[in-house]
Design a protein around this ligand. Structure first.
Ligand code: APR
Length: 235
């Protein structure tokens, strides 16, 4: 019998204490950039240089930031649970913290792909890409990021994880964006569920949710405590 399965759906909020902005809080990315300019296929077609530079800027930031207690709480829980992180974030902070099972629903900043073939993916770390940088098919490289209006193929991996979860945790997401936010609907009704967010977010009130109205770092520590009590885990 393996360990109980804990599935965590995370969003931009879990990376705030590492110094990254969210998208929809005051001062967030969508306050400073138009989604249609930097996060849609039309925007990429209209002004590829600006889009490449937007993500080059975000990618360069990754070199200077570190995981915080929120990311680390999920790693510590791996001693008691099989932990699967399903993240909407394109940063690599879960991996930097040591999480072994991470599904990126919206892509990854450290990866780029052929504009003509989404299976030609290259890991470029924190380096920039520019117009004229080509994939092996001779086509321009673009960020391996899911733009609005594009498919979210990783949901195929995330849905079975949510269905099999024994514990479900939501950390740092406004649950505004689908299909990611729809993942809550695939969890079994009776399992324990937790939401960690300093602000109130909408969630199904007819299910077994505990709302921890704290930041990811402090909320992560409270979550650990609550799970230790619930599962009678040693110290
Ligand atoms: N700790 C935990 N949560 C926090 C913190 C913090 N320190 N600070 C803010 N939050 C919460 C906010 O209250 C909000 O509920 O994080 C959430 C961030 O919500 P959004 O900015 O909407 O980010 P997210 O939900 O990840 O957006 C989903 O939208 O633009 C697209 O692709 C992009 O993946 C992104 C998706």
């Amino acid at each position: 019998m393996g360990k109980p399965k804990l599935v965590a759906l995370t969003g931009a909020g879990i990376s705030v204490e590492s110094g990254l902005s969210t998208f929809r809080d005051a001062g967030g990315y969508w306050d400073n950039y138009r989604v249609e300019d930097v996060a849609t296929p039309e925007g990429l077609a209209r002004n590829p240089e600006m889009v490449l530079n937007f993500y080059n800027g975000l990618r360069a930031k990754l070199a200077d930031i570190k995981p915080n207690d929120g990311h680390k709480a999920l790693v510590r829980l791996e001693q008691y649970f099989d932990v699967y992180v399903v993240t909407q974030n394109v940063d690599n902070l879960h991996e930097q913290a040591g999480s072994r099972n991470v599904v990126h629903l919206h892509g990854e900043l450290t990866k780029v792909r052929s504009i003509a073939n989404e299976n030609l993916i290259y890991d470029i770390g924190y380096k920039p890409i520019k117009m004229g940088d080509k994939a092996e098919d001779g086509q321009q490289l673009r960020p391996h990021i899911v733009f609005f209006g594009e498919g979210v193929p990783e949901m195929e991996r995330a849905i079975p994880l949510a269905e099999q979860a024994d514990v479900f945790v939501v950390i740092g997401t406004s649950l505004n964006v689908y299909p990611a936010a729809g993942l809550l609907r695939y969890t079994r009704r009776e399992i324990p569920k937790f939401i960690i967010d300093p602000k109130m977010v909408p969630y199904p009130t007819d299910e077994n949710y505990t709302f921890i109205q704290k930041s990811a770092g402090e909320g992560g520590r409270i979550l650990e405590q609550k799970l230790k009590e619930l599962y009678k885990l040693g110290d």
